[in-house]
Ligand binder design. Structure first.
Ligand code: HEM
Length: 534
């Protein structure tokens, strides 16, 4: 490397300037003008005021003043890497998605891992859900699988998302806590939201303190559809399985690591990829048809439920390898814009009310965060396949229609046209019903899968869940919130509720929370059934 030593020289008027020696390229302004002196502002006399005329100083400072963009409203702290997805076999039977047609095909990918609650400068090892967002640059457009490392979510309807996020983020009067779930507002909201109980079991488990981003699973969470060339639909759930397996740290380790190295996870990813130890995940699909969906106890449209892998084994269909770090964190990792609505032809949505709301939210948030409808002009967000449309102008437009014509149809034979053969077609699901604000009764059982998760854990893991709940709830200062949480735990597992109740020093156990115990099968037998326990 050439080292440019600083040197002092006298100018024509005898004044002193610092210059760099060597044959470096000439420093210029953003307009390309060569710069004479970047160390001193333009002044009247050696000790006089700086003049307004100093356009170089103004440009430099103004640009600096505008360096920050809003951090993501959730998932603000993240770390990304480039790689590729390799398809194992053709899935043409299930989907016409181009990415799944040819065995061995490699598709470029970018992945951003994140925590959810903490701000951009928070610590990596917070007890939190991890985002696992994958952008696949397919030959038929970008496909984003915007998932988490936990296969279920806190809420069943997107309209509750602002409340969930307000409750988990810093409290508005005091501005803390920033990255921990141990506070009254969060547990207040959770204790008043029984549908969150399944997810809470996962968040209180070791899954929420992964040892490294390389040892985490990823889940698309929702039920999606795959559509083949004949428009036949198969339901699908997406799972990323780490080749290295799953590993977590213990809570006391997490606390120490956060203090000693808040960048622990990002450093680990950087170091391993730079050292050539490329992390790898297998994409596995749970594929099922309408009959299977109808036979299941839970509603496959309910994002607080999963389909147990013992009931429906996931099928491996490809692998994701991360082999290159971004050249620039801001340009790539910070500006990457994931959106659930980015799906290629052959992939489609289900009516999951959380997914439907997400499909609306992400475009809006990207325009707000990145500041322009032209955020797809940023290289990390641009498709890597040919693309043509008549969108034009707006802030920071890098691409505009070429030539006279910026509309279609047109008589000049210019520009792109729609393609009924290749274009995105939705599954023609028949919809009918009264327009109403309502939650399906089939979404009503909030405890069975929470219990199944808890009892599937080994005794030490169960101990960690009890300890995490006790620790977190012990920070809650409002007694009724603690008691309400224990009343939910009684519906999940009495032993767990007892341990947490003892740990919190409750004098008497509360009554179990009211619980709807009807399953879909009960409802099919007696549609008006709405059973409340207790
Ligand atoms: C960001 C996942 C639910 C709104 C993200 C990110 C992930 C994610 C991984 C970070 C993307 C990145 O790395 O840049 C999920 C999952 C959900 C869920 C798995 C449920 C299954 C929701 C809902 C909404 C929502 C219901 C709103 C209705 C947002 C917003 C961002 C975000 C506004 C910030 C996007 C940005 O500024 O780049 N989500 N999310 N999410 N999510 Fe979600």
């Amino acid at each position: 490397a050439v080292i440019h030593d600083q040197k002092l020289v006298r100018g024509e008027g005898g004044e002193l300037h610092q210059i760099a020696e060597g044959n470096a390229p000439v420093l210029t302004t953003a307009q390309g003008g060569p710069i004479f002196d970047d160390q001193n502002s333009l002044k009247i006399g050696a000790r006089g005021p700086t003049v307004l005329e100093d356009f170089h100083f103004r440009e430099k400072i103004f640009h600096f003043d505008h360096e920050r963009i809003p951090e993501r409203v959730v998932h603000a702290r993240g770390y990304g890497a480039h790689g590729y997805f390799e398809t194992y076999e053709s899935l043409a039977k299930y989907t016409r998605a181009d990415i799944f047609q040819r065995a061995g095909e490699k598709t470029p990918a970018f992945v951003r891992f994140s925590t959810v609650a903490g701000n951009k400068g928070s610590a990596d090892l917070a007890r939190d859900v991890r985002g696992f967002a994958v952008k696949l640059y397919t030959q038929e457009g970008n496909w984003d699988i915007v998932g988490n490392n936990i296969p279920v979510f806190f809420i069943q309807d997107a309209i509750k998302f602002p409340d969930l996020v307000h409750s988990v983020k810093e409290e508005p009067d005091r501005g803390f806590p920033q990255a921990q779930s141990a506070h009254d507002n969060f547990w207040d909201f959770i204790s008043l939201t029984p549908e969150s109980m399944h997810m809470i079991m996962w968040v209180m488990s070791d899954r929420a303190i992964p040892r490294s981003l390389r040892f985490m699973e990823g889940f698309g969470v929702h039920t999606f559809r795959m559509l083949n060339a004949k428009d036949e639909s198969t339901f699908v759930k997406f799972h990323w399985k780490p080749k290295l397996g799953l590993q977590s740290v213990a809570w006391n380790e997490a606390v120490k690591i956060n203090g000693a190295d808040p960048d622990f996870h990002r450093r680990d990813l950087w170091d391993s990829i730079k050292a050539g130890a490329f992390p790898e995940w297998e994409l596995q699909l749970q594929l099922f048809d309408q009959d299977f969906a109808d036979s299941f106890d839970f509603d496959v449209l309910d994002p607080t439920k999963l389909i147990p892998e013992e009931v429906l084994a996931p099928v491996p269909v490809g692998r994701l390898v991360l082999d290159r770090m971004p050249d620039n964190f801001f340009a790539e990792t910070e500006q990457v814009a994931f959106m659930t609505q980015n799906v290629p032809p052959g992939i489609d949505f289900s009516n999951d009310p959380l997914l439907q709301g997400r499909n609306f939210s992400y475009l809006d948030t990207q325009i707000k965060r990145l500041g322009s409808t032209n955020f797809t002009h940023i290289p990390i967000n641009a498709p890597k396949c040919p693309f043509h449309n008549f969108q034009q102008d707006g802030h920071m437009a890098m691409r505009n229609p070429v030539g006279r014509v910026n509309y279609q149809p047109n008589s000049f034979g210019e520009g792109p046209r729609e393609s009924p053969q290749r274009g995105f077609r939705s599954f023609p699901e028949a919809e009918q019903g009264p327009k109403q604000r309502i939650r399906a009764e089939s979404f009503a059982d909030h405890y069975s899968q929470a219990r199944q998760f808890y009892i599937s854990q080994t005794p030490p893991e169960q101990g960690h869940i009890a300890a995490a709940l006790t620790f977190e709830l012990s920070k809650v200062q409002t007694p009724v919130i603690r008691e309400r949480m224990v009343s939910h735990l009684l519906n999940i597992d009495k032993g767990l509720a007892g341990k947490v109740g003892d740990g919190l020093g409750l004098k008497a156990m509360p009554k179990p929370a009211d619980a709807a115990i009807a399953t879909r099968r009960d409802l099919a037998a007696a549609p008006s059934l709405s059973i409340l326990a207790n």
